[in-house]
Design a protein around this ligand. Structure first.
Ligand SMILES: *[C@@H]1O[C@H](CO)[C@@H](O)[C@H](O)[C@H]1NC(C)=O
Length: 268
């Protein structure tokens, strides 16, 4: 009797140790997903960040790089990130003066700063994948596992874009051959949300940045990808690009027309 209790206890102990190890070790064994998110002050900012944060906090081994379009880091974003309790880096850079009245390449400066951070803080021995995840899209958790083991550049469809239900890479025999898009004439007809890049490819190509000056509308993604890859190297994901796992939903602009005196004791 006493013998079997001892065996039971020993088994329990071994299992507890194994469970502990597996919980501790899993995050180290899989590539890190680096999500770069530009964000700017607006009435829906905290709501948008909350939605995205609730998604990202469910993804194992993810590091969120949030880059504010601002002269200073805002207390709103700083506090939000602290409370989220995931791995993150909070950066800020204002858009250049010549963009103050509106540039077509929104978020470029912020994405570039995110890339700079990676180039300064990560090395060739780090395994990971880089994704540009804007704060007003909707993400199926599956999209993160689809991108995690990207060897080079992976691609997949994006929903609700270009006035269509979706745009997508067209795949033949497991290779991307062209695009289903409203705006052809680009080498890579994909949205920011439709691709991910292996971290080492980012580190090995310091010239890969987003153009601000002279950038044409809708050309950011294609120009960026042209610097690091070719069509034939793309890795189609999401079941050979037949599944939509991310949507360009965009939050409706809040209409705050009523001019009222707001309470001072409320956090919004
Ligand atoms: C994609 O297509 C290729 C070639 O037709 C096939 O071998 C492969 O199994 C497909 N992959 C998936 C995930 O369906």
């Amino acid at each position: 009797m006493r013998h079997s209790i001892c065996i039971l206890l020993a088994c329990g102990l071994i299992m507890a140790v194994m469970l502990h190890l597996s919980v501790k070790e899993t995050p180290l064994d899989i590539p890190v997903i680096y999500v770069i998110t530009p964000t700017h002050t607006r009435p829906t900012q905290k709501a948008d960040l909350t939605q995205l944060g609730n998604t990202l906090r469910q993804v194992p081994n993810l590091h969120w790089i949030v880059v504010e379009d601002a002269d200073f880091k805002s207390p709103l974003v700083a506090k939000f990130l602290l409370n989220l309790r995931i791995s993150y880096t909070h950066l800020n850079v204002p858009k250049p003066d010549y963009c103050k009245s509106g540039c077509v390449a929104r978020g470029s400066e912020q994405r570039n700063l995110g890339l700079d951070w990676l180039r300064r803080n990560r090395g060739p021995l780090d395994s990971g994948v880089v994704y540009f995840g804007d704060d007003d899209n909707t993400y199926d958790l599956e999209v993160f596992e689809e991108m995690r083991y990207t060897k080079h550049v992976s691609v997949w469809p994006v929903g609700l874009i270009g006035s269509r239900r979706y745009e997508r890479p067209l795949v033949r025999d497991g290779r991307v051959v062209s695009w289903y898009t409203r705006y052809p004439g680009r080498r890579f007809c994909t949205d920011m949300a439709g691709f991910a890049v292996n971290l080492n490819l980012i580190l090995a190509n310091p010239e890969a940045r987003f153009n601000l000056k002279g950038a044409k509308a809708g050309m950011q993604e294609s120009d960026f990808l042209s610097k690091i890859t070719k069509l034939e190297y793309l890795e189609p994901r999401a079941n050979n690009c037949t599944k939509v796992l991310v949507w360009h939903t965009r939050t409706e602009k809040a209409s705050l027309h009523e001019h009222v005196t707001e309470n001072v004791d409320i956090e919004v």
